[in-house]
Design a protein around this ligand. Structure first.
Ligand code: KG4
Ligand code: ZN
Length: 342
């Protein structure tokens, strides 16, 4: 079934064409330039930019896939969670297009879609892996740090969550502190690659205390060291600055992977998923792979482009929902800015 996926929950306007496990085309238009000087996403600016881009990314995805709207069998759109004004853009676009073209529209949970992103393929790739449930999934992005147990594609139960900042938020706030700009995840990773992670020993919050996370204290620790050691104004070649970034990244990675390991052990799950924007982080991917190898379980992690926000993952989960007639939206159905997956 050919599905057009649409996504506008935060600061990426995206559209994708998807058919039978394969992503035929994916277009993502980011807004970094727009938000950079504000040091974070400005919701009103995000909504306006989505509005300007949504029809263009949809047309481009169809074009790149070489398919016409007449061939599309259903629409999948992010219904939540996310910024309400941003969500409304793709949602209303999908409703209008669905009505005009006589197509069903299914509302997709963005966090669930992240967790299932490892199970899709590009044209010419070997078929995507079939998930062997139950699985534990760690979804880490700018808005979420959640651990779930998945018993099938659509049934998630929450095992743990962040009590304060999401992992990506912690990367972004720490990057801002270190003068690395926005968004910060990639910048910290690049700086950390040049630093000694043992140079500063940072705390491992909630270490071996259940499956919840807490990351806000880490950035305060980073700030304390930054001020104490007078790191302001140092260049990105400075070993102390790089060491601080490396120490921060090591602390986040160690906590995330240790909780994922605990979740795997305590639930007896058959494998682990690592997904969301922070899953693009090479140190996190490597540590999660080491852990799952030692545990004798597979790790499912999407390629970096599908860790970040995209519409392919929305179409992928949406195709399943459409096939099962789940969450088919009417014109009165609204965006769900807060939408727990379970
Ligand atoms: O999934 P995503 O694109 O958007 C949300 O749904 O939030 O995740 C974006 C987050 C940002 O906080 C960004 O800093 C983080 O993912 N991120 C990274 C890396 N690339 C993106 N964090 C750590 N290392 C990276 N390489
Ligand atoms: Zn996301």
């Amino acid at each position: 079934m050919l599905v057009l996926g649409l996504e506008s929950s935060c600061d990426e306007t995206a559209a994708a064409l998807y058919e039978d496990g394969v992503v035929l085309a994916g277009v993502v238009r980011g807004q970094v330039d727009l938000h950079q000087r504000h040091g974070g996403v400005v919701p009103e600016l995000a909504s306006r930019a989505h509005l300007e881009a949504i029809d263009q990314v949809a047309a481009q995805a169809l074009d790149e896939a070489g398919r016409g709207l007449a061939e599309v069998k259903g629409l999948a759109v992010t219904q939540g969670p996310g910024l309400v004004g941003a969500l409304l853009v793709a949602l209303n676009f999908a409703k209008g297009l669905g009505l005009a073209a006589g197509l069903p529209v299914t509302g997709v949970n963005h966090v669930k879609a992240h967790a299932l992103a490892p199970f899709m393929a590009r044209p010419g790739d070997p078929p995507p892996p079939e998930p062997d449930f139950p699985l534990v999934a760690l979804v880490v992005s700018g808005g979420h740090s959640h651990l779930y147990l998945l018993t099938d594609h659509l049934t998630f139960s929450l095992l743990g969550r962040t009590r304060d900042d999401a992992a990506g938020e912690a990367f972004d706030k720490t990057a801002k502190l270190l003068g690395l700009g926005y968004p910060g995840g990639r910048a910290i990773e690049e700086l950390a690659a040049r630093g000694d992670p043992g140079a500063y020993r940072l705390p491992r919050p909630l270490w071996r205390e259940g499956l919840d996370f807490s990351f806000s204290g880490l950035k305060t620790q980073v700030l304390t060291i930054y001020n104490r050691d007078k790191l302001a104004g140092r260049s990105s070649d400075d070993p102390a600055l790089a060491g601080l970034a490396a120490g921060f990244q090591a602390a986040v990675v160690e906590v995330l992977v240790d909780k994922l390991r605990t979740a795997l052990e305590t639930t007896g799950a058959r494998g682990a998923v690592l997904a969301g924007g922070v899953a693009a982080n090479g140190a996190l991917r490597a540590a999660a792979l080491d852990m799952t190898r030692a545990a004798g379980r597979p790790l499912y992690v999407p390629p970096p482009a599908w860790c970040a926000d995209n519409a392919a993952m929305i179409a992928h989960l949406g195709a399943r929902q459409l096939a099962e007639g789940r969450n088919i939206l009417g014109l009165a159905d609204e965006a769900r800015p807060r939408w727990p997956v379970e």
